[in-house]
Design a binder for this molecule. Sequence first.
Ligand code: ADP
Length: 321
Amino acid sequence: MLTIKHLNKTYANGVHAINNVSLEIPNGLFGLLGPNGAGKSSLMRTIATLQEPDSGSIHFQGMDVLKEKEDLRRQLGYLPQDFGVYPKVSAEDLLTHFAILKGLTQKAQRKEMVESLLRQTNLWEARKRALGSYSGGMRQRFGIAQALLGAPKLVIVDEPTAGLDPDERNRFLNLLAEIGEQVVVILSTHIVEDVTDLCPRMAMIAQGKVLIQGEPQAAIDELKNKVWRKSVSKAALPEYQSKFTVLASRLVGGKPQINVYSESQPDEGFVQVEADLEDVYFLQLRASQASANLTGQAAGAATRASDSAGTSDAATASRAA
Ligand code: ADP
């Protein structure tokens, strides 16, 4: 179990990137879902002991992470968002190099681990190829192979599926799901399906704050009988958006189809549909933006709100795709 309590971080530019975050993360795959700028990387880097919070605590299996950084690092596998590779080196050579850095000094044992990870990530056939010739998906699988060196008990992967095509994304997510139930795996993402498909538990965050946490299905159940759908004309869309709580809109046959949150039928022509995690996500984001607007925070907050609005559009677009 990873337990985070009242964690705070404000950068020198005034951005409150982690705002009183408390999370309980059990073994298994945990989805950390939030738009760009939500604070996911800041949180991941803090858990990985790469940066200091201003206040709060992090405990992992009884260990005080902020005090016992070296101990944590020995149990940590981390795939950062901007994982770079040496393009001219082969996967096998680089993984062997990382294994040595990780303290796997026994040659036979190291060889065995490198081979088993290359096989697990389906890179064995391509092990002699230079990493520069790898596709995005292969590079991410290599990233996971290096994160799993030394059998870590805490694995953190920061936005690993961004930019992967659906096939590669599936392959990557299946790999994560296989890592094991005795390990804490935190997957940060702005893609709702990553969480829906795989994570028994999750948290949604925006503007540095936890919006909700728990089981995805429990959050979806809260919206039971409250999501309504209608196809509308493009011209009428702004009116619907101002009149109703529009969660998501996607184009179906060139026409916007909107999901609206409402206790009762919002208007003629709306039919009730089963809620999904995307509905939960958009409702949470709307609420968080509304409260940020209400409190009229300083310029920094406004920038972040527009960041998340941009991502909502991107998510909507990906839903349409
Ligand atoms: P996410 O990973 O969810 O996209 P980040 O943690 O990268 O979010 O960023 C959260 C907020 O903190 C953003 O507004 C970002 O611009 C800001 N931020 C991130 N890193 C720094 C930094 N080193 N210095 C100043 N601001 C930062």
